[in-house]
Write a protein that binds this ligand. Structure first.
Ligand code: GAR
Length: 218
């Protein structure tokens, strides 16, 4: 069975990318990471990609006259690798029209809060702590022109503890991200995700049938 071809856009440490790479290496995985592109040459995520034998590209803003041209360069790389789904796995820039037009409904992002709370920035965990919420978490959503505002695929709740710091909360949310993002990509790869307006439906009946048939085949 052919696998969903996934291209990941990254900017830094790449722990979410690592979770995706590990899941994609499992025998029952239905997706393959075929390209990792970073807007920062020194992103550790690039090394993680290379250690899995995945092509790793650098597309830095300073190499292009405009942001649109930088994003178009990313589009071309993704197209060359015949990417089906683009995953923003710790990407620190807003996706522009070039990417949205090239991959309509085929870009997902992971954000470290329960959207729509604490959207739009890069410090959602600190904002949640400062606001005083008792529960935060992470969200995987489809990317649209509204920043962090696309249809939600999966969310995982994480409690905020009284002795939390922004760092300890971020660490606990990150552990949830590492489960949630590969699961969302896996569901999309299995064709179990259907979007209707703002709502995303997951065909749970098919999912359990699929799991059972995989167990029987072993
Ligand atoms: C993750 O917590 C991700 O949710 C967040 O950046 C971190 C990247 O970590 N993304 C955003 O805040 C996007 N708005 P990683 O590089 O180790 O995956």
């Amino acid at each position: 069975m052919s696998k969903l071809r996934v291209g990941a856009l990254v900017s830094g440490r790449g722990s979410n990318l690592q979770a995706l790479l590990e899941r994609s290496a499992e025998p029952d995985a239905r997706f393959a990471i075929v390209l990792v592109a970073s807007n920062h040459a020194d992103a550790f995520a690039l090394q993680r990609a290379r250690s899995f034998g995945v092509p790793a590209a650098v597309v830095e803003r300073k190499e292009y006259p405009t942001r649109a041209q930088q994003q178009q360069a990313m589009v071309e790389l993704l197209r060359q690798q015949e990417v089906d789904l683009v995953v923003l796995a710790g990407f620190d820039r807003v996706v522009g029209t070039e990417l949205l037009v090239a991959f309509p409904g085929r870009i997902v992002n992971i954000h470290p809060s329960l959207l729509p709370a604490f959207s739009g920035g890069l410090h959602a965990q600190a904002e949640a702590l400062a606001y005083g919420v008792k529960v935060s978490g992470c969200t995987v959503h489809f990317v649209t022109e509204t920043v962090d505002g696309g249809p939600i695929v999966l969310q995982t709740a994480v409690p905020v503890l009284e002795n939390d710091t922004a760092a300890s909360l971020a660490e606990r949310i990150l552990a949830a991200e590492h489960q949630t993002l590969p699961r969302a990509v896996d569901l999309i790869a299995r064709g179990l995700v259907r979007v209707e307006g703002r709502r995303v439906f997951i065909d749970a009946a098919c999912e359990s049938k699929e799991m059972n048939s995989e167990v029987e085949q072993r």
